[in-house]
Design a binder for this molecule. Sequence first.
Ligand code: PHE
Length: 339
Amino acid sequence: DQYTAEIKAFTAAKADELEAFRIKFLGTKGLIKDLFEEFKTVGPEEKRTFGKVLNQFKQFAEARYEEIKESLTSEIVDPKSEIDLTLPGDGFEVGSRHPLSLVRNEIIDIFKRLGFVVAEGPEIEDDWHNFSALNFPEEHPARDMQDTFFIRKGDQEKGDIALRTHTSSVQVRMMEQGKPPFRAIMPGRVYRNEAISARAHCFFHQVEGLYVDENVSFSDLKQTLYHFVQELYGEGTQVRFRPSYFPFTEPSAEMDISCTICKGAGCNMCKYSGWVEILGCGMVDPNVLENCGIDSKKFTGFAFGMGMERIANLKYVIRDLRLFSENDTKFLKQFQSEI
Ligand code: PHE
């Protein structure tokens, strides 16, 4: 009975499982063979009943074997099957990276090779980290340079809470928490209260950079950024620096590169000038270093900041900022990459 149940319950998914079944019950050294040996030893009056049971059992096991064999083979090669193995497989869609991710990864890669690490910080910031520590004077129009989304009133010490307007706030956090030298870039999303158009958005992405150590000079700044654009836009990309103003750097500059789209021949990205602005930069103002607890007599540093959208626009010739956040797959699918 025990074996009957086992045989009944037996199913095989593979041919070798079925073969094991055959060996166990039906083989020349199998269980049934053994039972027939035993059959020879029983008395003549028992032979009739025992023989009947034994034969039934044998037939049952054989039938089950054939049944499973049948189902297995029909699964493997079903002559009625409509599967055409010569057909090509179903294609599947491969996703693509967002152009801003591509640009971000590339920028991180370039600066990593120069020894810069990646630093991150919160998007909801207090006034101290976004403005005051960065030498924006209280009630000074410089704060209007960046139309801020305020969230709520904060405390006396750290000030009002707002969405960060730049990732310079991460520089402050980094300097407050550590000791020089610092060599880091800060990629991230920033927010400004601007009407949405092809050229402005209420949020965008920046990569800022900070290098603070002994004897860091403006020529270090120039050479680092020059090297960066050679890597990003190709060998021979020209740069020029124009004097500028930021509360947190002194002296400050804006850097232009030779137009990578029309190569100076005149296009509306470079407004027919052959030059396009790509970033702001300067030597970290000593007040900022002191605000973050760093000895400005001993250490100097440079900082820079760029909008990732702008970098992407110039790399991929994208003329409308809104495309970056509309999730239109017709736009996004154009950016295929291996990274
Ligand atoms: N934080 C500046 C901005 O958002 C960019 C910048 C960073 C300029 C560092 C100079 C130095 O516009």
